[in-house]
Structures are given as structure tokens and as C-alpha cells.
Design a protein around this ligand. Structure first.
Ligand code: FPP
Length: 225
């Protein structure tokens, strides 16, 4: 089996997972956050080097205040411990997303995580947080204009350079959980040629079998191209 080099995870279904158990949506997000490391282990075992995980979109701010507050304070409180475990395993951490709406504490946690792990690799965990594919392209355009880049020199590689994912290769496989067949503004440019696999499992329930099935599906698709 060939391992996809870069996979994208649309981690959907924390709310429904919690509801099934009579828990709050925040408890679902807690379980979802805690489920990222085991899934990264599975990806490591399967030879996947880069994982981009969609944890918060630019559209998610209109969710209930308590939910937004829970996610933001969890990020500030728990990211350092989460990243120290990645660091022990030699994984580089990066953030893709808009910085504007984030608190100074959240930005500090994200920046410290990137600095701590900057020499690590080749495995990369890309935390896609406060991200939207359209917002990213608006940001690229603004930067090109601000830097007065000549229109004739703009190519696909110029755009890649200005993306929040700068340096990462294209996404090979997107896995979306909880049965929804939508992209939801996730890494639109980077996933232009990606294969998409949807599992019915809610994110906190995603198993090794689910990830393996996605990789097998990727191999079947690639064999036909
Ligand atoms: C969508 O499912 C999921 C999200 C909006 C958040 C995903 C985030 C994580 C898995 C990690 C949480 C991160 C931190 C920093 C605590 P949903 O919860 O909307 O589920 P639903 O569609 O079943 O309601």
C-alpha cells in the first residue's frame, strides 16, 4: 500500500458524539481534542508524514458563546502539553489560519509551539485553526498587492508561497468524519487534486480501521489514474 504524503482531516461530529452520551458540546470538543494524538500515531504507523487537521473555521465564530469560549480557552491551556508530546516524537507543529481574531495568549501558544518544534521533521502536524480557504485566498491577494508583486510574475508557485500552508505539498487525501460529504472551505487550493474519503464515524470514535480504509480507498483511486 502506498501512503499518502499529506492528509487533511475534517474532524466533524464532536457535538453529535457528545449528544449521544448526554454530554455537553464542550465535552465533545474535549474528547475530539484528546483523540488527535491517537490518530496521529495511526498515521505515523501507516507512513503518513503530514497531517493537516481542521479544528476551527472562520465560520465557526457564530456558534454558541459557551462553545467558542471553551475552544479558545482549551487552546490557550492545553496546546503546550499537546505540543510537548509532538515534540518528544520529533513532529514539527505549524499553524494555518488567520491570526486576527485570536487572543494574544492563543497566538503566543501557537507561536511557541512552532518555535519549539521548528527543527523537527519530516513529520508535520498542521493545526488548521481559524481557517477558511476563501479567507486564505483573500489574504494571499492582499499580500501580493501590498508587496506590489508584478502581475506577470504571479504563478501557482507564487500563490503557494503566500498561503498559510507555505512549504507544504498538496493534500493527497481528505478524510471527513461523521458522514457529511462537504469540503466546508477546507484547504481549497491545496486539495485541488485530493481524493476524498468520508467515514460515518464521529471524530472522537475514529479508529485505525477507518484510517486504513481511507488509505486503501486512496490506493484504489490512484491505481486508476
Ligand atoms: C465540527 O464538529 C468540529 C469542530 C467545529 C471542531 C473540531 C475541533 C476539534 C476536534 C478539536 C478541538 C480543539 C480544541 C483546541 C479544543 P461539531 O462539533 O460541530 O459536531 P456536530 O456537527 O456533530 O455538531
Amino acid at each position: 500500500m502506498i501512503a499518502p504524503k499529506h492528509i487533511g482531516l475534517i474532524m466533524d461530529g464532536n457535538g453529535r458524539w457528545a449528544q449521544q452520551r448526554g454530554l455537553s458540546r464542550s465535552a465533545g470538543h474535549k474528547a475530539g481534542f484528546e483523540h488527535i494524538p491517537p490518530v496521529l500515531e495511526i498515521c505515523h504507523d501507516l507512513g503518513i508524514q503530514i497531517v493537516s487537521a481542521y479544528a476551527w473555521s472562520t465560520e465557526n465564530w457564530n456558534r454558541p458563546k459557551a462553545e467558542v469560549g471553551y475552544i479558545m480557552s482549551s487552546l490557550e491551556k492545553h496546546l503546550p502539553e499537546f505540543v510537548s508530546k509532538l515534540h518528544q516524537r520529533g513532529v514539527r507543529f505549524m499553524h494555518s489560519g488567520r491570526r486576527d481574531e485570536l487572543t494574544p495568549e492563543a497566538l503566543q501558544a501557537l507561536d511557541e509551539a512552532a518555535t519549539l518544534t521548528q527543527q523537527n521533521g519530516p513529520e508535520i502536524f498542521n493545526f488548521v485553526f481559524n481557517y477558511g480557504g476563501r479567507a486564505e485566498l483573500v489574504n494571499v491577494t492582499r499580500k501580493l498587492l501590498a508587496e506590489k508583486v508584478e502581475s506577470e510574475v504571479v504563478s501557482e508557485s507564487t500563490i503557494n508561497h503566500y498561503l498559510w500552508t507555505n512549504g507544504l505539498p498538496d493534500v493527497d487525501l481528505v478524510i471527513r468524519t461523521s458522514g457529511e460529504q462537504r469540503l466546508s472551505n477546507f484547504l481549497l487550493w491545496q486539495s485541488a487534486y485530493a481524493c476524498i474519503y468520508v467515514t460515518q464515524a464521529y471524530w472522537p470514535d475514529v479508529s485505525r480501521d477507518d484510517v486504513e480504509a481511507a488509505v486503501k480507498y486512496y490506493n484504489r483511486v490512484m491505481a486508476k489514474i
